[in-house]
Design a protein around this ligand. Structure first.
Ligand code: NAI
Length: 343
């Protein structure tokens, strides 16, 4: 089943395990930010992590010193930009998670972040391509629809691109869909696994509610409730941006989602079979429509990289409409990322 809605209990149960079960190095780039700090803490609690490298242009050493005092088996080390800190933080990395970049303020869309974040992600990807070209990379920095193609272009330019190792982290959309639907349906969130496909911004977020019994009821009833639920899943991030009133966007729920995303990779790398999650990857599904990256359920291989990309499955006509609206927007977002690198 989809990892995001299933993870709560497993993360919580394993968080205080006293033994590390493998030798896996994880690097977090942008580790001192609103997402980076709680994400680093959650990764420190994950027994599948043996070494955690925290990189940021500010405060990383302090965050690492703090997190490292948690009495779990992994070691946590911080790096700033001085003395080649970025490259040092990436040495031997098996998994790299990138939450570096500016978050939204009220009234901004994720695409408004492009100018600020495209070059940050490009520069971090260049270092990753040089030092840890085989690492699995999870991009959190927005706009994910464009930043993932930017990383792909950087890796292509460096001659080390493997599309199976590059992921856009859309897990928060799945987490939100699970939380919001279970709130309406009265189901347990862990059993309310809503696949969310497409991309990660407004209309490119396509929840497939009809694919589980609780959601199917809401979809078939239609009307206001369905429209409000879909809108809430697509624009749930705006709710947080508005409530934080200028102080940023989702950080804690994103850290939770990011830790779950990383946990999926780590579990697959650790031998768990059939780990499947919705994630934004280079995908053949809509490539004939010029959409080279798309999020759909992906089963990871034993290396913790893309194994099988599943199609979206059966869609209710209302979902087909959402998908039809998603594809042209997504195509533009992907092109923006590619054009940025070509320029
Ligand atoms: P924040 O501003 O609190 O933290 C960003 C961190 O990145 C800061 O510590 C900053 O020093 C660091 N940073 C900036 N430039 C850097 C560079 N060149 N190298 C390393 N670190 C650098 O922002 P927050 O709230 O943590 O959000 C981070 C990003 O995540 C934003 O782009 C935001 O839009 C995105 N986001 C993505 C979500 C998703 O579902 N994928 C959900 C929520 C936010």
């Amino acid at each position: 089943m989809f990892a995001a809605a299933r993870q709560t209990s497993s993360l919580a149960k394993r968080a205080f395990s006293t033994s590390s079960v493998n030798n896996t190095r994880v690097a977090v780039l942008g580790a001192a930010g609103g997402i980076g700090q709680p994400l680093s803490l959650l990764l420190k609690l994950n027994p599948l992590v043996s070494h955690l490298s925290l990189y940021d242009i500010r405060l990383a050493a302090g965050v690492a010193a703090d997190v490292d005092h948690c009495n779990t088996p992994s070691k946590c080390v911080g790096y700033g930009p001085e003395n080649g800190g970025l490259e040092k933080s990436l040495e031997g990395a098996d998994v790299i998670i990138i939450p570096a970049g500016m978050p939204r303020k009220p009234g901004m869309t994720r695409d408004d972040l492009f100018n600020a974040n495209a070059s940050i992600v490009r520069d971090l990807a260049q270092a990753a391509a040089k030092v840890a070209p085989k690492a699995r990379i999870g991009v959190i920095a927005n706009p994910v629809n464009s930043t993932v193609p930017i990383v792909a272009e950087v890796f292509k330019a460096a001659g080390v691109y493997d599309p199976k190792r590059l992921f856009g982290v859309t897990t928060l959309d799945i987490v939100r869909a699970s939380a919001f639907l279970s709130g309406i349906a009265g189901t347990a969130p862990k059993d309310t696994n809503v696949p969310v496909v497409g991309g990660h911004s407004g209309p490119t977020i396509v929840p497939l509610l009809s694919q589980l019994p609780a959601g199917k009821k809401v979809v078939e009833a239609g009307g206001e409730q369905l429209a409000a639920l879909v809108k809430r899943i697509q624009f749930g991030g705006d709710e947080v941006v508005k409530a934080k009133d200028g102080a940023g966007s989702a950080t804690l729920s994103m850290a939770y989602a990011g830790a779950d995303f990383a946990d999926s990779l780590l579990r697959a790398m650790n031998g768990e079979k059939n780990v499947t999650l919705c994630t934004y990857v280079e995908s053949p599904l809509y490539a004939d429509k010029g959409v080279e990256f798309f999020s759909s359920p992906v089963t990871l291989s034993s290396e913790g990289i893309v194994g099988e990309i599943h199609p979206v499955g059966e869609l209710h006509p209302t979902e087909q409409k959402l998908l039809d609206a998603c594809l042209p927007d997504l195509k533009k977002n992907i092109e923006a990322g590619v054009m940025f690198m070509k320029a």
